[in-house]
Design a protein around this ligand. Sequence first.
Ligand SMILES: [Zn+2]
Length: 257
Amino acid sequence: MLIRKIVNIISSIAGILMVTAIYFNELPSWSLLVLAFLWLLITAYGVANIRSGYFLKSLNSNPTLTEKKIAITFDDGPDLNTLKILEVLNKYNVKGTFFCIGKQIEKYPDILKKIIQENHIVGNHTFSHDKLIDTYGTDKFIGEIQKTDTIIEKNSELKPLFFRPPYGITNPNIAKAVKKTGHTVIGWNKRSFDTTIPSEKVILQRITKNLKGGDIILLHDTKIITVAVLEQLLLFLQRNNFTTVTIDELFSIQAYA
Ligand SMILES: [Zn+2]
Protein backbone atom coordinates (compact mmCIF):
# COMPACT_ATOMS: atom_id res chain seq x y z
CA MET A 1 0.00 0.00 0.00
CA LEU A 2 1.24 3.47 -0.92
CA ILE A 3 0.76 5.05 2.54
CA ARG A 4 2.74 2.23 4.09
CA LYS A 5 5.59 2.66 1.61
CA ILE A 6 5.77 6.43 2.13
CA VAL A 7 5.67 6.09 5.90
CA ASN A 8 8.39 3.43 5.78
CA ILE A 9 10.62 5.56 3.54
CA ILE A 10 10.23 8.72 5.68
CA SER A 11 10.77 6.67 8.80
CA SER A 12 13.94 5.08 7.40
CA ILE A 13 15.34 8.43 6.27
CA ALA A 14 14.62 9.95 9.68
CA GLY A 15 16.28 6.99 11.38
CA ILE A 16 19.39 7.10 9.17
CA LEU A 17 19.70 10.89 9.61
CA MET A 18 19.42 10.58 13.37
CA VAL A 19 22.06 7.87 13.57
CA THR A 20 24.37 9.76 11.19
CA ALA A 21 23.91 12.98 13.14
CA ILE A 22 24.72 11.33 16.43
CA TYR A 23 27.71 9.45 15.00
CA PHE A 24 29.33 12.38 13.21
CA ASN A 25 28.06 15.00 15.59
CA GLU A 26 27.41 17.27 12.63
CA LEU A 27 23.80 18.34 12.61
CA PRO A 28 22.73 21.15 14.95
CA SER A 29 20.88 19.87 18.00
CA TRP A 30 17.55 21.41 16.99
CA SER A 31 17.48 19.27 13.84
CA LEU A 32 17.73 16.17 16.02
CA LEU A 33 14.69 17.33 17.93
CA VAL A 34 12.82 17.85 14.66
CA LEU A 35 13.80 14.38 13.48
CA ALA A 36 12.84 12.79 16.78
CA PHE A 37 9.49 14.56 16.61
CA LEU A 38 8.97 13.38 13.02
CA TRP A 39 9.74 9.81 14.04
CA LEU A 40 7.30 10.01 16.97
CA LEU A 41 4.62 11.42 14.70
CA ILE A 42 5.01 8.58 12.22
CA THR A 43 5.00 5.98 15.00
CA ALA A 44 1.84 7.48 16.51
CA TYR A 45 0.24 7.42 13.08
CA GLY A 46 1.23 3.79 12.65
CA VAL A 47 -0.25 2.84 16.04
CA ALA A 48 -3.55 4.61 15.51
CA ASN A 49 -4.18 3.66 11.88
CA ILE A 50 -4.70 0.06 10.94
CA ARG A 51 -4.71 1.14 7.30
CA SER A 52 -1.14 2.42 7.53
CA GLY A 53 0.09 -1.17 7.79
CA TYR A 54 2.99 0.24 9.76
CA PHE A 55 3.32 -2.50 12.37
CA LEU A 56 0.96 -5.11 11.12
CA LYS A 57 -0.17 -6.39 7.75
CA SER A 58 -3.94 -6.26 7.54
CA LEU A 59 -6.49 -6.77 4.80
CA ASN A 60 -8.31 -3.44 4.51
CA SER A 61 -9.89 -3.81 1.06
CA ASN A 62 -9.47 -5.91 -2.05
CA PRO A 63 -8.53 -3.48 -4.83
CA THR A 64 -7.99 -6.36 -7.28
CA LEU A 65 -11.74 -7.10 -7.38
CA THR A 66 -13.33 -5.99 -10.63
CA GLU A 67 -16.90 -6.88 -9.61
CA LYS A 68 -19.00 -4.55 -7.45
CA LYS A 69 -18.67 -6.72 -4.35
CA ILE A 70 -18.24 -5.17 -0.93
CA ALA A 71 -18.18 -6.49 2.65
CA ILE A 72 -20.06 -5.09 5.64
CA THR A 73 -18.44 -5.77 9.01
CA PHE A 74 -19.88 -5.29 12.49
CA ASP A 75 -17.75 -4.84 15.62
CA ASP A 76 -18.23 -5.13 19.39
CA GLY A 77 -21.18 -7.54 19.67
CA PRO A 78 -22.94 -9.74 20.39
CA ASP A 79 -25.43 -7.42 22.01
CA LEU A 80 -29.23 -7.23 22.25
CA ASN A 81 -29.08 -4.67 19.43
CA THR A 82 -27.43 -7.34 17.23
CA LEU A 83 -30.85 -8.98 16.91
CA LYS A 84 -32.18 -5.87 15.15
CA ILE A 85 -29.16 -5.84 12.84
CA LEU A 86 -29.76 -9.51 11.99
CA GLU A 87 -33.40 -8.74 11.21
CA VAL A 88 -32.40 -6.08 8.66
CA LEU A 89 -29.75 -8.33 7.09
CA ASN A 90 -32.35 -11.12 6.80
CA LYS A 91 -34.89 -8.80 5.23
CA TYR A 92 -32.46 -8.06 2.37
CA ASN A 93 -30.92 -11.53 2.37
CA VAL A 94 -27.44 -10.10 3.01
CA LYS A 95 -24.60 -11.76 4.95
CA GLY A 96 -22.24 -9.83 7.20
CA THR A 97 -19.02 -10.44 9.10
CA PHE A 98 -19.19 -9.95 12.89
CA PHE A 99 -16.06 -9.28 14.98
CA CYS A 100 -17.19 -10.42 18.42
CA ILE A 101 -15.84 -9.60 21.88
CA GLY A 102 -15.29 -12.63 24.15
CA LYS A 103 -16.92 -11.15 27.25
CA GLN A 104 -19.97 -10.17 25.18
CA ILE A 105 -20.30 -13.75 23.91
CA GLU A 106 -20.28 -14.91 27.55
CA LYS A 107 -23.22 -12.55 28.13
CA TYR A 108 -25.13 -13.45 24.96
CA PRO A 109 -24.05 -16.91 23.75
CA ASP A 110 -27.41 -17.49 22.04
CA ILE A 111 -26.98 -14.36 19.93
CA LEU A 112 -23.56 -15.59 18.76
CA LYS A 113 -25.19 -18.92 17.83
CA LYS A 114 -27.91 -17.09 15.93
CA ILE A 115 -25.31 -15.08 13.95
CA ILE A 116 -23.63 -18.34 12.91
CA GLN A 117 -26.88 -20.21 12.24
CA GLU A 118 -27.94 -17.46 9.87
CA ASN A 119 -24.73 -17.99 7.89
CA HIS A 120 -22.92 -14.79 8.79
CA ILE A 121 -19.20 -15.00 9.54
CA VAL A 122 -17.69 -14.51 12.99
CA GLY A 123 -14.22 -13.17 13.75
CA ASN A 124 -12.25 -12.51 16.95
CA HIS A 125 -12.20 -8.98 18.48
CA THR A 126 -10.35 -9.80 21.77
CA PHE A 127 -11.89 -10.84 25.09
CA SER A 128 -12.03 -7.56 27.01
CA HIS A 129 -11.77 -4.83 24.35
CA ASP A 130 -10.04 -2.90 27.16
CA LYS A 131 -9.47 0.81 26.57
CA LEU A 132 -5.82 0.26 27.49
CA ILE A 133 -5.41 -2.87 25.39
CA ASP A 134 -2.67 -1.23 23.32
CA THR A 135 -0.52 -1.17 26.47
CA TYR A 136 -0.78 -4.95 26.94
CA GLY A 137 2.34 -7.06 26.54
CA THR A 138 2.51 -9.78 23.88
CA ASP A 139 1.58 -12.66 26.21
CA LYS A 140 -1.39 -10.84 27.70
CA PHE A 141 -2.59 -9.98 24.21
CA ILE A 142 -2.22 -13.59 23.05
CA GLY A 143 -4.39 -14.53 26.06
CA GLU A 144 -7.07 -12.06 24.89
CA ILE A 145 -7.19 -13.68 21.45
CA GLN A 146 -6.99 -17.29 22.59
CA LYS A 147 -9.63 -16.92 25.30
CA THR A 148 -12.07 -15.51 22.73
CA ASP A 149 -11.27 -18.28 20.23
CA THR A 150 -12.06 -20.84 22.94
CA ILE A 151 -15.40 -19.21 23.76
CA ILE A 152 -16.37 -19.07 20.09
CA GLU A 153 -15.33 -22.70 19.62
CA LYS A 154 -17.30 -23.76 22.69
CA ASN A 155 -20.46 -22.15 21.30
CA SER A 156 -20.11 -22.96 17.62
CA GLU A 157 -17.45 -25.66 17.11
CA LEU A 158 -15.75 -23.19 14.76
CA LYS A 159 -12.26 -21.78 15.24
CA PRO A 160 -12.14 -18.27 13.79
CA LEU A 161 -9.16 -17.27 11.66
CA PHE A 162 -10.09 -13.59 11.33
CA PHE A 163 -8.98 -11.08 13.95
CA ARG A 164 -9.63 -7.36 14.21
CA PRO A 165 -7.78 -5.32 16.86
CA PRO A 166 -9.97 -3.02 19.01
CA TYR A 167 -10.00 0.59 17.76
CA GLY A 168 -7.91 -0.54 14.78
CA ILE A 169 -4.85 -0.01 16.95
CA THR A 170 -1.65 -1.80 16.03
CA ASN A 171 1.76 -1.93 17.68
CA PRO A 172 4.73 -4.33 17.80
CA ASN A 173 3.21 -6.38 20.70
CA ILE A 174 -0.06 -6.90 18.84
CA ALA A 175 1.89 -7.79 15.69
CA LYS A 176 3.87 -10.42 17.63
CA ALA A 177 0.71 -11.78 19.26
CA VAL A 178 -1.09 -12.21 15.95
CA LYS A 179 1.96 -13.83 14.38
CA LYS A 180 1.88 -16.35 17.21
CA THR A 181 -1.87 -17.09 17.05
CA GLY A 182 -1.81 -17.23 13.24
CA HIS A 183 -4.88 -15.07 12.64
CA THR A 184 -5.49 -13.03 9.52
CA VAL A 185 -5.93 -9.37 10.51
CA ILE A 186 -8.94 -7.70 8.94
CA GLY A 187 -9.16 -3.91 8.81
CA TRP A 188 -11.48 -1.64 6.80
CA ASN A 189 -11.30 1.23 4.36
CA LYS A 190 -14.76 2.71 4.95
CA ARG A 191 -15.06 3.84 8.55
CA SER A 192 -18.59 4.92 9.46
CA PHE A 193 -17.91 6.57 12.83
CA ASP A 194 -21.36 5.25 13.81
CA THR A 195 -20.21 5.25 17.44
CA THR A 196 -19.69 9.02 17.47
CA ILE A 197 -21.66 10.71 14.66
CA PRO A 198 -25.29 11.28 15.71
CA SER A 199 -26.69 11.75 12.18
CA GLU A 200 -27.82 8.77 10.07
CA LYS A 201 -27.47 10.86 6.94
CA VAL A 202 -23.86 11.88 7.65
CA ILE A 203 -22.85 8.30 8.52
CA LEU A 204 -24.45 7.01 5.32
CA GLN A 205 -22.72 9.68 3.24
CA ARG A 206 -19.36 8.76 4.77
CA ILE A 207 -19.65 5.10 3.81
CA THR A 208 -21.31 5.43 0.41
CA LYS A 209 -19.07 8.20 -0.91
CA ASN A 210 -16.80 6.77 -3.66
CA LEU A 211 -17.77 3.23 -2.66
CA LYS A 212 -16.23 0.67 -5.01
CA GLY A 213 -15.83 -3.07 -5.41
CA GLY A 214 -13.51 -4.62 -2.80
CA ASP A 215 -14.31 -2.08 -0.08
CA ILE A 216 -14.81 -3.05 3.57
CA ILE A 217 -17.31 -1.06 5.64
CA LEU A 218 -16.94 -0.80 9.41
CA LEU A 219 -20.16 -0.60 11.47
CA HIS A 220 -21.04 -1.48 15.07
CA ASP A 221 -23.92 -3.87 15.81
CA THR A 222 -24.10 -2.41 19.32
CA LYS A 223 -25.42 0.97 18.16
CA ILE A 224 -29.13 1.72 17.77
CA ILE A 225 -28.45 4.28 15.01
CA THR A 226 -26.68 1.60 12.95
CA VAL A 227 -29.93 -0.34 12.44
CA ALA A 228 -31.40 2.55 10.44
CA VAL A 229 -28.10 3.29 8.70
CA LEU A 230 -27.83 -0.36 7.66
CA GLU A 231 -31.27 -0.40 6.06
CA GLN A 232 -30.47 2.78 4.10
CA LEU A 233 -27.08 1.34 3.11
CA LEU A 234 -28.64 -1.89 1.83
CA LEU A 235 -31.12 0.10 -0.25
CA PHE A 236 -28.25 2.17 -1.65
CA LEU A 237 -26.32 -0.99 -2.53
CA GLN A 238 -29.37 -2.46 -4.27
CA ARG A 239 -29.95 0.71 -6.31
CA ASN A 240 -26.30 0.82 -7.35
CA ASN A 241 -25.97 -2.89 -8.17
CA PHE A 242 -23.51 -3.76 -5.44
CA THR A 243 -23.38 -7.29 -4.03
CA THR A 244 -22.56 -7.74 -0.36
CA VAL A 245 -20.30 -10.66 0.52
CA THR A 246 -18.58 -11.87 3.67
CA ILE A 247 -14.85 -11.23 4.26
CA ASP A 248 -13.83 -14.79 3.29
CA GLU A 249 -15.54 -14.37 -0.07
CA LEU A 250 -14.14 -10.86 -0.64
CA PHE A 251 -10.59 -12.24 -0.45
CA SER A 252 -11.22 -15.92 -1.32
CA ILE A 253 -9.74 -17.00 2.02
CA GLN A 254 -10.92 -19.27 4.84
CA ALA A 255 -12.86 -17.85 7.79
CA TYR A 256 -12.39 -20.86 10.06
CA ALA A 257 -9.62 -23.35 10.72
ZN1 LIG B 1 -14.25 -2.64 18.70
